[in-house]
Each structure stands twice: as C-alpha cells, then as structure tokens.
Design a protein around this ligand. Structure first.
Ligand code: KG4
Ligand code: ZN
Length: 349
C-alpha cells in the first residue's frame, strides 16, 4: 500500500514506540547501522500499589512520558526529527487506551513529518527481538513466545510467515508466574519476584506436574499448576524456606513444560533453531535449561538480551524498519475501500 504523501520510502532510521501495557518504550533502529538508541520508562512502581496494571492509569502515564522520551531518544542518537525515515508503533494486541496513546503520537508525528507510519503487531516485535543481537537467527526457526498474555509456539518459515503450532488454553506462562506469586503474597510484579525467590529453594522439596506433556500436542495449560501451588501453600508451614521451595518447584514445572514442548515443536517442523522471546524469556532457569538442551541435542537457541525480553521500543523499531524496507506501511488516516465485500460486515448484535 502506498501512502500518497510519504516524502521518502527509502528507509532511514525508524522511530519505534511501544505503549501496549505498562512500559513506555522508544527506540531508533537504522537498517544500515542497527540500533541507535533506546529508552524505557517502566510504570511498575505506580501499579505496584494496586497489585496489577490499572489500564486508565497506564494510559495517562503514557501521555505524560511518551513525548519527553521521544525527545530523549532522539538526543541519545544525535538525531533530529528531520533525520527519521519512518515511525513505527505497537498497534496491538494490548490495552486499548494505552495503545491509542502510542498510535496517536506516532501517527501524528508521521503525518506532520510526511513520513510513513507502520503499525506493528506486539508479538511480532517480541518474536523479532533476538534479531537485535549479534549473530542473529535466520528462518526457518521455531519461536517460543512467552509473555504475560501469551504462550505460543510458532513456526517461522520467513519473517512475516508465521504458523501457530501451539497456544495457551488458559493462563499464559507469565500470567501463571504472576498469579502464583500473588497467591503466595509476593510483591507485584510477581514473575521476577517468584524467580528470585526460587533461587533459594531446595531441589526436590516439592514437585508439581508438567501439564499436558503426557499427551501429544503443542498447546499449553498452566492454570491447574497454579491450583496445585495454592493447595501446597495452604497445607504448608508457610516458613520462608518452604515458600522458596514451592517457588522453585513451580518454576521447574513451568520451565520443564516449556522445554518439552519446544523439543516437540523442533522435531515436528525439522527446524534446528529455536528463538525464545517475551517477558518469561528473561527467566534465567529457562534460558539455562534450553541452552543446555540445545547443546546436548544439536539445536541453536537464541534469546534477546534481558532488557529486550520484556516490553521495549527497540523490538518495535526493528519490526517497523523491516516492514518499511519491504514497502509495507500505512495509508493516511482517512480510509475508503473501492472494493468491499458485503459479507465482511460485522452483524450489529
Ligand atoms: O513481554 P512482557 O514484558 O509483557 C507482555 O507482553 O505481557 O511480559 C511480562 C511477563 C509478566 O507476566 C512477568 O511476570 C513475566 O513476563 N516475567 C518473568 C520474568 N521476568 C518477567 N517471568 C518469569 N521469570 C522472569 N525472570
Ligand atoms: Zn510484551
């Protein structure tokens, strides 16, 4: 699709804006020079008082932080807005109010500068984040995407050509970490807190099941595991050591389950490269176990650096730059459709 008033389509540095949840992320990626700058503002402290993300507060904070962060990132890169070649932003999935802040700022900037705007899929951003590292993976590969909202295994035959192999049937891996942490009264955000506590846990003190590994298939279900932890926690003496032991057993169960499904997905597709991304990809135990299995079984494993596992602007700038290079960007905000099949309309109720 061509944007009629886009001044340039030769990609220059692309500004990336991420506001899908509780992190305001901004970065600049240049197809020729790589990542030039990135900044992140985390709202975690604000939401901690409520024990979870409050969508309305998230939107308002993105409004406060986004434009100063854009200025800061441009300064870091030594660029002015006139040097940009495109503006990418997370178009979904995510919290709608939060997404709208990033979309409005990014599209207004693109419109004012007469640049192409690129609406990026948040999960494609995560999936491509390992490409920001040295010796990046090349398709075909299998991607394990594990975040607060998703646990997915995807066959990537080319960038942009994705086949869903397995999905979450209930709680996503990150969500399971967060909910389990909450029921054991750990502070928000639960995932990293539970992982930290697990380091003090003793191996073998508790054991939880590896859900859905006793049957074929690549889907995930973690909500039963959370219930097992709840029952063990209630019946326990609730000492600090027991809490750490339960955290360790929970983490081991999730990591083992993810590792088993990754091996299955590699076997099913014949791929020899695994890419792991999303917030849970920052889990040290998961990284170690997958790296060890890969070394033993002869497949390569790629992770983004820790800070690019969780939400960030760099992955959005990169994904936007790749789409822009491929000539994919958006038309101006006013849309009409010369061809429009009547059957594609949504029913009123
Ligand atoms: O990708 P992300 O930043 O946001 C979403 O797109 O959801 O992922 C956030 C999730 C949260 O559920 C968080 O608890 C989890 O990633 N997480 C972790 C760790 N760091 C973040 N889970 C386990 N171990 C970690 N070290
Ligand atoms: Zn995310």
């Amino acid at each position: 699709m061509n944007q009629p008033f886009a001044k340039r389509v030769t990609p220059g540095p692309v500004l990336g804006v991420e506001t899908s949840c509780d992190e305001t992320g901004v970065a600049i990626f240049d197809p020729a020079r790589g990542l030039l700058a990135h900044s992140l503002y985390s709202q975690i402290r604000m939401h901690a008082d409520y024990g979870g993300v409050v969508p309305e507060l998230a939107s308002r904070d993105h409004v406060r932080k986004l434009i100063p962060l854009v200025r800061e990132t441009l300064a870091q890169a030594g660029l002015g807005v006139g040097d940009l070649g495109g503006v990418a932003y997370t178009a979904g999935p995510g919290l709608v109010g939060a997404l709208l802040v990033g979309a409005a700022v990014a599209r207004a900037l693109a419109w004012a500068l007469e640049l192409p705007a690129i609406g990026v899929h948040h999960m494609e951003g995560h999936l491509l984040a390992p490409l920001l590292e040295p010796a990046p993976p090349a398709p075909p590969f299998v991607a394990l995407l594990v975040s607060g909202g998703h646990s997915m295994l995807i066959e990537v035959s080319a960038i942009g050509r994705y086949r869903l192999l397995g999905d979450t049937l209930d709680d996503a891996a990150g969500e399971a970490f967060d909910k389990t942490a909450k029921l054991m009264e750990l502070p928000y955000p639960g995932g990293p807190a539970l992982a930290k506590l697990a380091e003090q846990g003793r191996a073998g003190a508790f054991r939880f099941s590896r859900p859905m590994t006793d049957r074929p298939g690549l889907d995930f279900s973690f909500s039963g595991l959370k219930t097992q932890v709840l029952l063990a926690w209630r019946a326990s003496d609730k000492t600090a050591q027991t809490k750490a032991d339960i955290a360790r057993a929970f983490e081991e169960a999730v990591v083992d389950t993810l590792a088993i499904k990754c091996r299955r997905a590699l076997a099913a597709t014949g791929a020899r490269t695994l890419v792991v991304a999303g917030g849970v990809g920052a889990n040290r135990h998961l990284r170690q176990q997958l790296a060890d299995t890969g070394a033993r079984e002869g497949f390569q494993v790629h992770f983004p650096r820790f800070e690019f596992c969780t939400d960030n602007g760099a992955m959005i700038a990169l994904a936007g730059a790749l789409r822009l290079q491929a000539g994919q960007f958006e038309t101006a905000a006013i849309k009409v459709q010369p061809r429009w099949a009547l059957e594609t309309l949504a029913p009123l109720a």
